[in-house]
Write a protein that binds this ligand. Structure first.
Ligand SMILES: [Zn+2]
Ligand SMILES: [Zn+2]
Ligand SMILES: [Zn+2]
Ligand SMILES: [Zn+2]
Length: 238
C-alpha cells in the first residue's frame, strides 16, 4: 500500500479531489468519475489505480455495454480477475474466466469483501419491483439465461455461457458471501442427495437384467466433486 491509498486524487496533478468532481479544483483537468466495480469507491476513468482497493484500469477501453442501460462499461482488474461496472445502475459484468477466479480463489474473494471503499455499496435493487426480464449479454447482445446461483443461493444471475455473467447491484457481494459461508458445500451436498435419490428411483425401476449389466453409473456424481466442478456444472448444463 502506498501512502496515497485511501485518498482520492486528481489523476493529472495529484491534488486531493472530492468524489464525483467533474473538474479538478487545482489544475482544472476534466474528470470523469466512476465507481470502482471492485470496491464501489469513487475513482476516475483517467486514473490507473483505484485509491481504495488498488484495482487497475484496463489498458484498452471495454467493448462491453451495460445490459440494462447500454452505457459503456469500465473495466478494472484486480490480480487475475477483471470486472466491468456501469456507472449509471451500479451493475457489474464478469467475463467467464474472471467469474471462475472469483468463485475459486479465496484471496480474490477476500479482496472483494475486504479492505474496500469506506463508501456504502449501491443499494440492492428490489427484484419484486420489476417484472422478470431477460437481458442482453454485454458482449454479444443475445438474451442471457437466468440461474439461481448454485441452485440454492437465492441470487438470480444472468449468464451468457460463452461470455460471462451479469450481476445487479449487490448480487456479486451476496454470491461471494454465499461461497465464503460454505454455500458451495451445501449446494454440492444437496445436488448429491438429489442424484442419489434419482439413482435409487432408477434402481427400483430397473429390471433384473439391466441391474445385472455392467457400466451403469449414477449420472453426474463425479461431475460435482468440487466447488469448481459445481460451477462448471451450473454453467454448462441448461
Ligand atoms: Zn488536477
Ligand atoms: Zn476499488
Ligand atoms: Zn447500467
Ligand atoms: Zn454473449
Amino acid at each position: 500500500m502506498s501512502d496515497r491509498a485511501g485518498v482520492l486524487r486528481c489523476p493529472s496533478c495529484g491534488a486531493p479531489t472530492a468524489p464525483e468532481a467533474r473538474e479538478c479544483a487545482h489544475c482544472r483537468a476534466n474528470l470523469h468519475p466512476i465507481r470502482c466495480p471492485w470496491c464501489f469507491g469513487w475513482t476516475f476513468t483517467e486514473a490507473r489505480d483505484c485509491a481504495y482497493c488498488g484495482s487497475q484500469a484496463a489498458e484498452e477501453a471495454s467493448a462491453a455495454a451495460c445490459p440494462g442501460c447500454r452505457e459503456p462499461l469500465s473495466t478494472r482488474s484486480l490480480k487475475r480477475a477483471r470486472l466491468s461496472g456501469c456507472v449509471r445502475c451500479g451493475g457489474v459484468w464478469a467475463d467467464s474466466a474472471s467469474f471462475r477466479v472469483i468463485c475459486d480463489d479465496r484471496e480474490t474473494q477476500a479482496s472483494y469483501l475486504g479492505e474496500g471503499s469506506p463508501l456504502p455499496a449501491p443499494a440492492a435493487s428490489d427484484p419484486s419491483s420489476s417484472p422478470i426480464a431477460y437481458r442482453p449479454c454485454a458482449v454479444c447482445a443475445e438474451l442471457m439465461n437466468r440461474f439461481n446461483f448454485a441452485g440454492c443461493s437465492g441470487v438470480i444471475i444472468d449468464v451468457c455461457k460463452p461470455h460471462g455473467v451479469w450481476f445487479d447491484p449487490d448480487e456479486l457481494r451476496r454470491i461471494v458471501a454465499f461461497i465464503r459461508g460454505g454455500g458451495m458445500d451445501v449446494a454440492r451436498a444437496k445436488e448429491q442427495s438429489r442424484l442419489e435419490h434419482e439413482r435409487r428411483r432408477l434402481e427400483r425401476a430397473m429390471d433384473d437384467r439391466l441391474r445385472a449389466s455392467d457400466g451403469f453409473q449414477s449420472p453426474g456424481l463425479d461431475s460435482v466433486a468440487s466447488a469448481r466442478d459445481l460451477l462448471r456444472f451450473l454453467l454448462d448444463n441448461k
